[in-house]
Ligand binder design. Structure first.
Ligand SMILES: C[S@@+](CC[C@H](N)C(=O)[O-])C[C@H]1O[C@@H](n2cnc3c(N)ncnc32)[C@H](O)[C@@H]1O
Length: 149
């Protein structure tokens, strides 16, 4: 993957990350955003609908989700750079450590988003409140909570 040049104050690690665990994608999301630059910075539960698509055999594990208004989605931000230590977000006045930010740029690019459940259609969920790129892989789903509460 080619990367943008670092901004002043940003730092990266040349030390490769170990592979201490194995993850398996259980599906992916279909969202309206086909380019990273078009994704919302913050999820908006009043925003457009997206689709969460489980692959076999995981659709069966959706049994019972309809009782929840909110679900927590764990996504793998597959296009994110993973080797930065300090980054300079445009909203901050200088570089910050990645663990002080919810940036997609992190050693293990796991994103957590509370989405509003609109409907279940078999192995798929219709939700609002996603900010992920179309095709982003899905790692897990848990009962969520209203982000406004
Ligand atoms: C700030 S992050 C959201 C973080 C997440 N809600 C969390 O708290 O873990 C949202 C941004 O991540 C980026 N993004 C979305 N999908 C991505 C993907 N599949 N790979 C890399 N970056 C992605 C987009 O630039 C989007 O605006």
């Amino acid at each position: 993957m080619s990367h943008k040049p670092l901004k002043p104050g940003e730092e990266w690690t040349g030390a490769p990350l170990g592979a201490d665990a194995t993850l398996g994608f259980i599906g992916h999301v279909e969202t309206p955003w086909k380019r990273l630059q078009d994704c919302p910075k913050r999820a908006d539960p009043e925003g457009p609908e997206s689709r969460v698509i489980l692959k076999a055999p995981w659709g069966c594990a959706l049994e019972g989700v309809e009782q929840f208004d909110w679900l927590e989605l764990y996504l793998w931000f597959h296009k994110a750079r993973r080797d930065l230590l300090l980054i300079a977000p445009h909203h901050a006045d200088g570089p910050r450590g990645v663990f002080s930010l919810r940036s997609p740029v992190r050693p293990n690019p796991i994103a957590v988003t509370n989405v509003k459940l609109v409907a279940r259609e078999g192995d798929q969920l219709i939700v609002t409140g996603l900010e992920a790129l179309d095709g982003t892989p899905l790692l897990d789903i848990k009962p969520g909570r209203c982000p406004y509460a």
